[in-house]
Design a binder for this molecule. Structure first.
Ligand SMILES: Cc1ncc(COP(=O)(O)O)c(C=O)c1O
Length: 472
């Protein structure tokens, strides 16, 4: 018992908490004031394992410090890798409060504040996607939200009662070849296998070819497959290009299909006056996934799943007859009826902390700043004779590659450049494969990334290229 008293001692918590906040504030300051430090101190996984297995910590602060030092610095302006936001400190504090209170969950009495704020967040944001009615949930990640939406679509659109009786027909969703892999995974989780996902080719801009929807739909029907819906990407992960949502939505309406939009990355463009044209067509969607931990400065994982028809939000895990009979059973406040999770982290409080303190404008300003930087970087690339831009960006995701005179070596060289940059740790960029070509890829997630940071990163790419090719 003495040990447990020590574990829960409020004064120890107070003292360590103050020290931790001081350490994190110093870290934030160091990242934002001087971008010359390392973004990542990359170690091979086995080396890292040995380090942690042998490290002894003198105090909790020593341990916290090592965790920080051995983690990638997302707040560093030269972090330009995967689509993970540098959390706004206030949203992180809301997360920390939620971790101690631990009052999230399936049932209202266990989560009064977070469940009520869940409704408030969804209600305040849904109209930006053109939903006048509408409802939704907040869940742990885009992957889970997309799966939830597809299960709901199946419950509503399948001509048989799959939830209760299993399925006898073959079903599929159509989705762009460039869509995030979690859509493919969701379909397989539902047991539909290879035939459950029909990949629609993209045009030279990497947008879904909506002109092919009709023929692909017909081909599937001829093979005995019932298409239940189409998933649009807003935008796709690799290139950051938005599908033509209006065209997909209209097709779905004409053919009675479910229209889901995976707007995990770019849904928040709806909050920007400058970029909200990109989310045009959302008003036609039946469901939309929006990650707050990508373009809304909220810590991972915090994802909103909106439904245009509020009743649909209750149909994911409900027996058909049950939701038809008893609308009063809907109970918006008992979120466990609608989310995959039972116990849930307090997610809504992180979004509401920003919404309440800074207003909706803060999300628009974040999107504007990051998307503008994407466009500026693309212009910089156009002036570089050695560089090829994959596609003019819609967003803050930009793909480019170094063109080597021997085309057959291009992929190896671009891969080697990216590896060397990772090993050096002064910048963090990633890579992707487009039309079998390796491209370097950046997502400008930090609104404090400067033009100089982008110029220096390009210089680093070119210098690394020269070093690598001089050796060969
Ligand atoms: C378009 C898109 N959808 C879904 C996901 C998966 O989201 P999460 O990592 O929140 O599960 C990602 C992640 O990058 C994404 O880019």
């Amino acid at each position: 018992m003495n040990l447990l008293k020590k574990v829960y001692d409020p004064e120890t918590f107070r003292a360590t908490g103050h020290q931790l906040i001081d350490m994190l504030a110093d870290h934030l300051q160091a990242c934002l004031q001087d971008s010359s430090g390392k973004v990542i101190a990359y170690k091979q996984p086995d080396e890292n394992y040995t380090f942690w297995a042998h490290e002894k910590f003198d105090s909790p602060m020593d341990y916290f410090n090592q965790v920080k030092e051995n983690s990638i610095h997302i707040h560093h302006p030269r972090y330009m890798g995967h689509q993970v936001t540098p959390p706004a400190p206030l949203a992180a504090l809301a997360g920390m409060e939620g971790m101690l209170l631990n009052s999230g969950g399936a049932i209202y009495e266990m989560s009064a504040a977070s469940s009520t704020l869940e409704k408030l967040v969804i209600d305040q944001l849904k109209s930006y996607f053109g939903f006048t009615d509408g409802d939704g949930i907040i869940t742990s990640g885009g992957t889970l939200a997309n799966l939830t939406a597809l299960i709901c679509a199946r419950n509503i659109k399948a001509p048989e009662d799959v939830w209760n009786e299993g399925q006898h027909e073959k079903y599929a969703f159509m989705v762009s070849v460039e869509a995030h892999y979690c859509i493919d995974r969701a379909v397989r989780v539902m047991g539909w296998g290879d035939t459950g996902i029909i990949k629609v080719p993209v045009d030279e801009q990497f947008r879904m070819r909506t002109d092919l929807l009709k023929s692909l739909h017909q081909e599937a029907t001829d093979r005995g497959i019932i298409i239940l819906g189409i998933v649009g990407s807003a935008p796709t992960t690799s290139t950051g290009i938005y599908d033509n949502l209006t065209a997909i939505g209209q097709y779905c309406q004409q053919h009675g299909l479910w229209f889901h939009i995976d707007a995990a990355h770019g849904g928040p463009a709806a909050f920007s006056q400058k970029y909200n044209h990109l989310t045009k067509g959302c008003e036609l969607a039946d469901s939309i996934t929006v990650d707050a931990h990508k373009m809304m400065m909220v810590p991972s994982l915090t994802t909103m799943l909106f439904f245009r028809n509020s009743k649909d939000s209750y149909r994911t895990f409900a027996q058909k007859a049950q939701y038809l009979w008893n609308a009063s059973n809907e109970e918006w406040y008992n979120y466990g009826k609608r989310t995959m999770e039972c116990t849930k982290i307090m997610l809504s409080t992180r979004i509401y902390a920003l919404l309440n303190t800074y207003g909706i404008e803060v999300f628009g300003e974040y999107v504007d700043t990051c998307y503008d930087l994407g466009k500026t970087f693309a212009e910089m690339l156009k002036r570089e004779p050695l560089m090829e831009l994959a596609v003019a960006p819609d967003s803050n995701i930009v793909c480019f590659r170094l063109i080597h005179k021997n085309e057959s070596q291009c992929n190896d060289i671009n891969r080697a450049i990216r590896q060397k940059i990772l090993d050096d740790g002064r910048f963090y960029i990633v890579q992707t494969l487009l039309n079998d070509n390796v491209y370097l890829r950046i997502s400008i997630m930090n609104p404090f990334t400067s033009i100089t940071d982008l110029e220096l990163m390009l210089l680093d790419v070119k210098t690394t290229y020269l070093e690598l090719t001089e050796k060969t």
